[in-house]
Design a protein around this ligand. Structure first.
Ligand code: IPM
Ligand code: MG
Length: 371
């Protein structure tokens, strides 16, 4: 069995704590002889800045490019607020996404029945919710140039960010969404702002055209991104797959996370194009939540989004979809048993910390794997 090259990038804040729980699950999988791993680790974000003065080193980038799969914690925190823009912690993550061409970001929002009461919405609106936001991740306003602040010389400054999309970028993310919809409920909603943005107009046209080129079996709807935000909190179960650009996807996925009870519940997979010869995709898995400086280092963080990100890695990179299902089931059963970190705690449930939650999920997983 060829060893899978795994790169761990815990990053900052709670990233370190939640990734520690995943390490234990990975060790169990290896010890069971299910997969063998070649595990490496490096710094990213503020931690890399403190050690090396950059948000990610070239050496870490080289490891990332060679890895079968990257597990990423979180980056950032007030400690690095004054750091030069190009080396702010987030720059490490953006460099990984861009240089590895991880253009397809899958962000599933599933509401576990046990958590329906922790959602900000009424139980009936979210119970059984199962949607995926497919966010374009290497284009748009995140990377467009110019991106600058210039001095106008009269005491005024001007800031410019550039929203830019080319046909191929829209086409390839639309295809990911259509293909994903085929193995789900067969519906895609594409969101943009064609009423005010040229990039929205092109997005709408290219998605429509791509749909007509062999994806007619999938039902496609278009919605303006602001209206979609409203519908997400009004009637979220109307959606199956949502495809949208980098910035709208960032915002809408944070909204979607609260439908599931907490930002601490949402995993994500960032995938590159399939390699023509090996059939493999470059891939990075990370929780949607950030480094949560307010609770970092206290053992309070919810590790579920990170553990569910490992489940996505098992499914999309490590060729073990059945094992991924068992890990998801272990999470659901742990929640059924009433284990809750502070972010998803409701009356009558047992409040636990990061490692207790990690242990509980691992225990359920061990039982399921051994059954
Ligand atoms: C996310 C995060 C990142 C983003 C930050 C940390 C750069 O919010 O992955 O959603 O804006 O993409
Ligand atoms: Mg975000």
């Amino acid at each position: 069995m060829a060893a899978q090259k795994l790169l761990l990038l815990p990053g900052d804040g709670i990233g370190v704590e939640v990734l520690a729980e995943v390490r234990r699950i990975v060790a169990f999988i290896e010890q069971k002889g299910i997969l063998s791993f070649e595990i490496d680790e490096d710094l990213v974000g503020g931690a890399a800045y403190d050690a090396h003065g950059v948000a990610i080193t070239d050496a870490a980038m080289a490891k990332a490019k060679a890895a079968d799969c990257i597990l990423f914690g979180a980056v950032g925190g007030p400690k690095w607020d004054g750091v030069e823009y190009d080396q702010r912690p987030e720059a490490g993550l953006l460099r990984l996404r861009k240089e590895l061409e991880l253009f397809a970001n899958l962000r599933p929002a599933i509401c576990y029945p046990a958590l329906a009461d922790a959602s900000a919405l009424k139980r009936e609106l979210v119970d059984g919710l199962d949607i995926v936001i497919v966010r374009e991740l290497t284009g748009g306003v995140y990377f467009g140039s110019p991106k600058e602040i210039t001095d106008l010389g009269n005491g005024q400054q001007r800031a410019v960010d550039t929203q830019v999309y080319e046909t191929y970028e829209i086409e390839r993310i639309a295809k990911v969404a259509f293909e994903l919809a085929r193995v789900r409920s067969g519906r895609v909603t594409s969101a943009e702002k064609r009423n005010v943005m040229k990039s929205g107009l092109l997005w709408n046209q290219v998605v429509t055209r791509t749909h007509g080129q062999g994806y007619e079996d999938v039902k496609l709807d278009h919605m303006l991104a602001d209206a979609l935000g409203m519908q997400l909190v009004r009637a979220p179960k109307q959606f199956d797959v949502i495809v949208t650009d980098n910035l709208f996807g960032d915002i809408l996925s944070d909204v979607a996370s609260m439908l599931t009870g907490s930002l601490g519940m949402l995993p994500s997979a960032s995938l590159g194009a399939e390699d023509k010869t090996t059939g493999k995709r470059k891939a990075l898995y990370e929780p949607v939540h950030g480094s949560a400086p307010d609770i970092a280092g206290k053992g309070l963080a919810n590790p579920i989004a990170m553990i569910a990100s490992l489940a996505m890695a098992l499914k999309y990179s490590l060729g073990k979809p059945e094992l991924a299902d068992l890990l998801d089931k272990a999470i659901a059963r742990t929640l059924d048993d009433g284990y809750r970190t502070g972010d998803i705690w409701t009356d009558g449930m047992s409040k636990v910390g990061t490692s207790e939650m990690g242990s509980a999920v691992l225990k359920k997983f061990e039982t399921l794997v051994s059954a």
